[in-house]
Design a binder for this molecule. Structure first.
Ligand SMILES: [Fe+2]
Ligand SMILES: [Fe+2]
Length: 153
């Protein structure tokens, strides 16, 4: 329900925050399925593994859509940290795609820390990159030191 607010544009910060919540929900779902996988009897593991892969594929799609949205906003607002920020998106997405593909082809084993790793890459990215971009939207200022990717060519 929009309480008659049709036509009023939402601030980009609130839609980004909604997308971050959605990403966290997807990470929680995958993490919980991984916890269950390691708690389940061995004969259930096959079915649970397929479910985990499906959840990771959903997470990949949600992350990809979110990253595209942020990148479009950064381009629109001429954000000076765009290159570094996008580089981290590309790195995260590439790893998620490769990792999910390796799991689905059985070339990498399931490990109990997958969920922890997913959560830590997301929180690190949000704290380091997304917060700097949100601050830029709100204040119009950006400190190059907020994103120290100068050394990467
Ligand atoms: Fe981002
Ligand atoms: Fe983000």
């Amino acid at each position: 329900m929009d309480n008659g607010e049709a036509g009023r544009e939402r601030a980009p910060q609130s839609s980004i925050a909604d997308e971050h919540r959605l990403l966290i929900e997807h990470i929680d779902a995958a993490s919980n399925a991984i916890d269950l996988f390691f708690a389940a009897p061995a004969n259930q593991a096959g079915a649970d593994a397929r479910r985990i892969i499906a959840l990771l594929e959903d997470l990949r799609d949600v992350a990809q859509a979110h990253f595209r949205h942020e990148e479009a906003l950064m381009t629109k607002t001429a954000f000076p940290g765009f290159t570094c920020h996008k580089r981290d998106h590309d790195y995260l997405l590439k790893n998620l795609i490769h990792f999910t593909s390796a799991l689905s082809h059985d070339t990498v084993p399931f490990a109990p820390d997958i969920g922890v790793n997913l959560r830590s890459w997301l929180t690190y990215h949000i704290r380091k990159y997304d917060d700097a971009y949100m601050a830029f939207i709100e204040t119009g200022t950006f400190e190059a030191g907020d994103e120290d990717c100068e050394a990467v060519s």
